[in-house]
Write a protein that binds this ligand. Structure first.
Ligand code: ADE
Length: 234
């Protein structure tokens, strides 16, 4: 998979060299390219923003640098790219969207700052590629960079080969529509706290049942919105 990121803060993405994604890059499972939006400005101050039409606080990103950046990225061979605009006004980012995007050959993240990007940019890009506006959650970040990074990590780890043991991707929160059961490792007793007895026996059926009950209990307590509305077990 190839991922392009357009931002006015390329240095944010240095962390993508670390840990699992760093290894995936070195092993060429993931190809990541970070582009500085200001390379597509032509004034002395490398201006990317201006005041909003209609008034109001804050600044809006001008369309011209974005237009040039997309002309370059959506040139030949990128017709099948999916363009993601991180924005608190987008559809919620979920594990199922991460799974869907992990199947793509090419993703482009357009990281806006300030009060966002002139709305014509997404409209214009949508005539050339699939565009989705995606929110990380119901809160406001200073820009799309941290949101893009979170999405790239969630998507990247689903690309085959990035996580060494694919089974570990299945037994996780959200993969089965529930929060994950609690996990324990050695020692069996630590600071007076015991690992649950059932996990120390070898009864795999009992362990699976215990884990499912724990997952359901945790989901009911912390995230009842994930369960069917009629109260039936998932
Ligand atoms: N940019 C600013 N806030 C954001 C959010 N919650 N999700 C995605 N992008 C954002």
């Amino acid at each position: 998979m190839r991922v392009d990121i357009v931002t006015i803060f390329p240095e944010f993405f240095g962390v993508l060299d670390v840990s699992l994604l760093g290894r995936a890059r070195r092993e060429q499972l993931l190809e990541l390219h970070v582009h500085d939006l200001r390379d597509h400005t032509h004034d002395r101050h490398r201006t990317v923003d201006d005041t909003p039409y209609g008034g109001g606080a804050g600044m809006v990103m001008r369309p011209e640098p974005w237009g040039e950046a997309f002309d370059e990225l959506l040139g030949e061979g990128a017709a099948d790219a999916v363009v993601v605009f991180p924005t608190p006004a987008g559809v919620p980012f979920t594990q199922s969207l991460a799974r869907e995007l992990a199947e793509e050959r090419r993703l482009i993240f357009a990281c806006g700052r300030y009060e966002g990007i002139d709305a014509r940019v997404a409209e214009h890009v949508a005539t050339r590629a699939r565009v989705i506006e995606v929110s990380l959650g119901d809160y406001v970040l200073n820009g799309g960079e941290v949101a893009a990074m979170a999405m790239i990590e969630a998507i990247g780890r689903l690309v085959p080969g990035v996580v060494g043991n694919p089974a570990s991707l299945v037994e996780e929160s959200h993969e089965e529509g529930l929060l994950e059961h609690p996990s324990y490792t050695k020692p069996a007793t630590w600071r007076g706290l015991d690992v649950p007895e059932v996990l120390r026996g070898g009864n795999h059926g009992a362990i699976a049942a215990w884990r499912r009950e724990q997952a359901l209990e945790r989901t009911r307590r912390v995230r009842p919105d994930l369960l069917p509305a009629d109260g039936a077990d998932a």
